[in-house]
Design a protein around this ligand. Sequence first.
Ligand code: ATP
Length: 314
Amino acid sequence: MSEPILDIAGLTKVYPGGLKALDNVDLTIRKGEIFALLGPNGAGKTTLIGAVCGLVRPSSGTIRAFGHDMGREWRSARRRIGLVPQELATDMFEPVMRAVSYSRGLFGLAPDPARIEEILRSLSLWDKRDERIMALSGGMKRRVLIAKALAHEPDLLFLDEPTAGVDVELRKGMWRIVDEMRDRGTTIILTTHYIEEAELMADRVGVIAKGRLLMVDEKDAMMARLGRTEAHITLARPLDALPPSLAQYPVELEEGGTSLCYRGGDGTGRGKAEVAEITKALIAAGIDYTGIDVRESSLEEIFVSLLGEEERAA
Ligand SMILES: Nc1ncnc2c1ncn2[C@@H]1O[C@H](COP(=O)(O)OP(=O)(O)OP(=O)(O)O)[C@@H](O)[C@H]1O
C-alpha cells in the first residue's frame, strides 16, 4: 500500500475570470488505496479530478501519474485512469453494450467482448445490454458510467460523487462495487458529500475547501485525533456543585444541575472508559442517576468543525 501512483505538487488552477479553484494542492495517492475527497459545493473537487484526467489545464504545479508527467506525457498515463463523471454527457441514444465497448476502443484497446460482459454482469447491467441508455433509470445510467470507466481496465479510478441522488439500495450496491474493485487492486479516488460513505469505505480522507486541501490523513487516525465522546448523565436529584472526585474529568453540570455532561476522549474509546469511571465515582459519592446517553462524534462532525475553523480563520 505504499507505492505512490499519483503525485500532485503545488497544483493551482485559476479559471479565466480570476477564480482560484485550486490553491497549491499537494497530494500523494498510494497504490491500492481508497481515498475520499470531502468538501462542500464549489470546493474544487471536480477541478482536481479534471486536472488529473487532462480535462482542466493547471495554472501551475505538477501532476505525475504512474511515473509520467501529465503535462508532457499525458497519453501514457491517461489510459490507466478511469473517470466516472457526475453526469452522463453523451451516448444517450446508444445501447449499453455498444457505448461501453466504444469507451474501451477510445483508449486504443482491442475489443474484448468477454471482458465487457464481465463488467456489465458485475454491475447488473447484462440484461440491459441492448437497451438505449436513455431508457434506463437514473441509477442504471450511473452504473453505465461506471461500466464505461472500467471498460479500459484502469488502475486508478476517479468516482465523482458516485452516489449523489441515488436511493439507499443503489448506494449500497455502489459500495459493493467499489469494494470489489478494491479487491481487484484498483486504486480509487472518490468525491462525496455523504460523509457516511467516506467513513464506510475510505482508507484515507482529504478535506478540501475553497481550493485548499485542509487535511489529509488515515481515516481512523483522523477520527482518533479529532473524534470526541459526549455523554449526558441524568441525575436523580439536581446538584449544586461537582463532587471533588470528578475534578480530573472534563465534565460540567448543565440543565440546572440535573445533567452531568462529559465532553472528552479522543475517538479511540478513551471517552467511553472515562464515562464508566465517572459513573463509578458518582456511585461512590452517593449520587444517584437515572440515565446515560453516550455518543461518539462522527466523521461528519469532525468535517463540519474543520470547515468552521477554516471559516473563522478566513
Ligand atoms: N469552467 C469554469 N470556469 C470558471 N469557474 C469554474 C469553472 N469550473 C468550476 N469553476 C469554479 O471553480 C470552483 C470549484 O468548482 P468545482 O466544480 O471544482 O467544485 P466541486 O468541489 O467539485 O463542487 P461540487 O461539490 O458542487 O461538485 C467553483 O467556484 C466553480 O464555480
